[in-house]
Ligand binder design. Sequence first.
Ligand code: GUN
Length: 298
Amino acid sequence: MSSAPANLIDGRAIAAQIQRELAARVAALKQRGVVPGLAFIRVGEDAASKVYVGRKEKACAELGMVSETHVLPEKTSELELLALIGKLNSTAHIHGILVQAPLPKPIRESVVFSTVLPAKDVDGFHPVNVGKLMLGDDSGFKPCTPAGVVELLLRSGVKTEGAEVVVLGRGNIVGKPMAAMLCQKGRAANSTVTLCHSATRDIKAHCRRADIIVAAMGVAEFVKADMVKPGAVVMDVGVNRVPDATAKTGTKLVGDVAFAEVQPIAGKITPNPGGVGPMTIAMLLQNTVRAAEAFLKT
Ligand code: GUN
């Protein structure tokens, strides 16, 4: 039997550790009569969104939190969705609200995310929370996936202070907040960050000088061995469905990193699955527990 390579960052184990830490906070809240409550909203039948929300519901239940899922039909209007968010904003036992992206076309995500009360915005997508992140104000909620990457780096003993970090991808959910987090002053930050995207001239040259690469551009197995400096830390955020004739479904999921060729030269690397994914959920639970604690103080 071959054992796992020594340089793997075990996201499942680290997420489980965080969930054990959160369990104590949930128990303390319950003693004071508050059960953290999280509402999920899913619009339409996006297959990946169903899987993600299902996993998040399960994690809530395992931690003894309350969750409720509102599934709206594909044809739901923006106004109907905003009305539901408005209702949940004023529902006392709901401390966090998560509207799963992507949303069907005519609905504007920016309008939807701006409607969630900042105090219940456990996704960290409201402009107030985005602004706080940019300002280095820790009182806001940070987006779960990049927060999970930071936590993985921290708990794996990766030194970010002064490190050259290359973030691949400028999306609002991962790339942009990731860059903002790692360039802040402070714990698990203080990095020199380069944000690369589709118009970047020579991505390979940027990657090759990186001490840490965070791949979040959504291109299957984009990061190849010749783009990685030996010993660099490689964090793979990508989830891409690609054809696979050997699979029963005819497809398989791969990350943004060509894992088999990059793993042997990386200093540390996240497996995919089992790396960043479980941390997104752990950070969502953490944000919701924080929201419930803050609710108790109001
Ligand atoms: N879609 C992909 N990632 C996320 C996330 O972190 N939150 C929400 N709401 N939707 C997503």
